[in-house]
Design a protein around this ligand. Structure first.
Ligand code: MG
Ligand code: ZN
Length: 192
C-alpha cells in the first residue's frame, strides 16, 4: 500500500437522490430536478469535494431505453447544473443485468450496485480516497457499495428512501438518514 494522496469525493446515486425517481427514466421530459439539486451540488463543489454520480441503469439491459440515452440524460443534467454554477465531475453507470433481455448486457458484472465496481473505477480515474468519501443514496444497495469500500454512507428519504428506512437491511448501516440531498450536503460539510 502506498501513501494515500487521493482527495475525498461524494458519490451520488442518481434516481431518487440527485433527481426525482421516475421509474425507468426513458425521456428527457421526465427528468426532474429537486428544488435543491443545484444548490446542494454547488455547495459540495465549493467545499472542494469531487462529486461523482454512480447509477444502475438496468433499463438498458431490459431494452427500455438505449445506452446512448444515458449519456444524453447526463449531458442534460450537466447543462442544467452548469447554469446554476454547479457541476458533476464524472458520471458512472451500469447498463447490465444478470437477466437482461438484451444479450450484450446480460452479465453478473462488478459495477451493478451493491457491487462497488463504479466506486473503485472512479477512485482510480480521479485519484479519490474512498476512506474519506461519502456515498449518498435512496436504496440500501447504494449504501452497501459504500460500506464495502470503507466510505461513509447517507440514506436520503427521497425516492425509495422512506420505504427503505422502514425496512432496515441487516449489516447495512447508514451513518445518518437525512431528508434529502440538501441535508446530506449539510451533513457532509459539517463532517468534513
Ligand atoms: Mg436511487
Ligand atoms: Zn454493470
Amino acid at each position: 500500500m502506498g501513501v494515500d494522496v487521493g482527495r475525498p469525493a461524494v458519490f451520488l446515486d442518481r434516481d431518487g437522490t440527485l433527481i426525482e425517481e421516475a421509474g425507468y427514466l426513458d425521456r428527457l421530459e421526465r427528468l426532474v430536478f429537486y428544488p435543491f439539486t443545484v444548490d446542494a451540488v454547488r455547495a459540495l463543489n465549493q467545499a472542494g469535494l469531487a462529486v461523482v454520480v454512480v447509477t444502475n441503469q438496468a433499463g438498458v439491459a431490459r431494452g427500455i431505453f438505449r445506452e446512448a440515452f444515458v449519456g444524453e440524460a447526463h449531458a442534460h443534467i450537466s447543462e442544467r447544473l452548469a447554469r446554476g454554477g454547479a457541476r458533476v465531475d464524472a458520471f458512472y453507470y451500469c447498463p447490465h443485468h444478470p437477466e437482461a433481455s438484451i444479450e450484450q448486457y446480460r452479465i453478473a458484472c462488478d459495477c451493478r450496485k451493491p457491487q462497488p465496481g463504479m466506486l473503485r473505477r472512479a477512485a482510480a480515474d480521479l485519484q479519490i480516497d474512498l476512506s474519506r468519501s461519502v456515498v449518498v443514496g435512496d436504496r440500501w444497495h447504494d449504501l452497501q457499495a459504500g460500506r464495502v469500500v470503507g466510505a461513509r454512507t447517507l440514506l436520503v428519504r427521497t425516492g425509495y428512501g422512506r420505504t427503505e428506512e422502514a425496512a432496515p437491511r441487516p449489516g447495512v448501516e447508514a451513518d445518518a438518514i437525512v431528508d434529502n440531498l440538501m441535508e446530506a450536503a449539510s451533513w457532509i460539510l459539517r463532517a468534513a
